[in-house]
Write a protein that binds this ligand. Structure first.
Ligand code: CO
Length: 174
């Protein structure tokens, strides 16, 4: 059973973020429900993408807003994606809902093509460019337990160390 009533974002360093998600075998009512709730959650939190693993569900599914620069969002549910090919390289800033307030310049492909299933069980090829390609690649990484900090350039690694250290809970002495 997937619990969807109260979605909660999983933040780093929760170890689930390092796990590899499992394929969605069948698009059931539960998957539909999860997709709906994740979509609402992503839009509520001003995200461009949200992977199921980020709400504690270990499935190869993510939501992406395909019109991030328009007033009206066009969310799409991406199920069991695989990267067909990529082209070019772009180095832009990105963030992650599992790392509040951390923004890093990450080099990624400028264009990506993925094969995927949508929530209606249709198989299709989706091509994304620029900012959207970045978001797609970021979400595909999540499905494999890979995080944006893994791609950090040497110039910004101190920023990551500082961020990670700031998350450490100090031992309570009593
Ligand atoms: Co993320």
């Amino acid at each position: 059973m997937i619990k969807t009533e109260t979605l909660k974002i999983v933040r780093y360093p929760d170890e689930i973020l390092r796990k590899s998600a499992l394929p969605v075998e069948k698009i059931t009512e539960e998957i539909f429900e999860l997709s709906d709730q994740m979509t609402a959650f992503m839009l509520e939190h001003d995200g461009v993408g949200l992977a199921a693993i980020q709400v504690g569900v270990l499935l190869r599914l993510f939501i992406i807003n395909t019109t991030p620069f328009e007033d009206k969002p066009t969310p799409m549910t991406v199920i069991n994606p695989s990267v067909i090919d990529t082209d070019g390289v772009a180095d832009e800033e990105e963030g992650c809902l599992s790392f509040p307030k951390l923004y890093l310049h990450i080099p990624r492909a400028r264009i990506v093509r993925i094969s995927m299933q949508n929530v209606y069980n249709e198989r299709l090829v989706f091509e994304a460019e620029e900012f959207l390609a970045r978001a797609v690649l970021h979400e595909v990484d999540h499905l494999n337990g890979v995080l944006f900090i893994d791609h950090v350039k040497p110039g910004e690694s101190a920023k990551v160390t500082e961020y990670v250290n700031s998350l450490r809970v100090l031992p309570v002495s009593c």
